[in-house]
Design a binder for this molecule. Structure first.
Ligand code: ZN
Ligand code: ZN
Length: 164
């Protein structure tokens, strides 16, 4: 079992952060946009409330970047080495962070909960049998554990938003 917080950061170590709890969900995204942005075959993103990610060194800069939705995303990058540590998407805005699991000191701690956009998965990537996987996106209520759904409702309440 992982004990929280766990830390991570960029390659030059100017930016360091701590995740203070387990994420809401971990997405392994096989979309073409993630393939391009990582230069690899998929992105591994831990979705978490931003107030559970504490910056402990440096100050990531938010870089406006196009996204598949057309609404754009803001990628938090180290101002020195420019490694991306997390993203904010239009849906949750800056209240939700998609932490790049590969920047954690112990990335093995957060395997994916679900594979998304497998319709564009590179064919050599073979998913473990039984791993939750969807061709594009998914319905949150069908895949998130009740604790994560409750945390999302609490987060939205804090922002003054309705539960849906
Ligand atoms: Zn850096
Ligand atoms: Zn993606």
């Amino acid at each position: 079992m992982t004990s929280w917080p766990i830390e991570g950061g960029c390659t030059c170590r100017a930016v360091r952060y701590a995740m203070t709890s387990a994420p809401l969900v971990v997405h392994c995204c096989h979309c073409r946009w993630c393939q391009r942005e990582t230069g690899a075959s998929f992105a591994l993103n831990a979705m978490i409330e931003s107030d559970r990610v504490n910056v402990i060194a440096g100050a990531p800069v938010l870089v406006d970047t196009p996204s598949a939705s057309g609404k754009g995303q803001r990628i938090a990058r180290c101002p020195q080495c420019h490694v991306a540590v997390w993203s904010h998407y239009a849906g949750g805005g800056t209240a939700v962070s998609f932490v790049r699991v590969g920047t954690l000191d112990q990335p093995d701690a957060l395997p994916p909960d679900i594979h998304i956009f497998t319709s564009s998965k590179q064919p050599w990537v073979v998913l473990p049998p039984g791993a939750p996987a969807v061709p594009e996106y998914y319905e949150r209520d069908l895949y998130w554990p009740p604790e994560s759904l409750a945390r999302r409702v609490a987060m939205r309440a804090k922002l003054g938003l309705p539960p849906a």
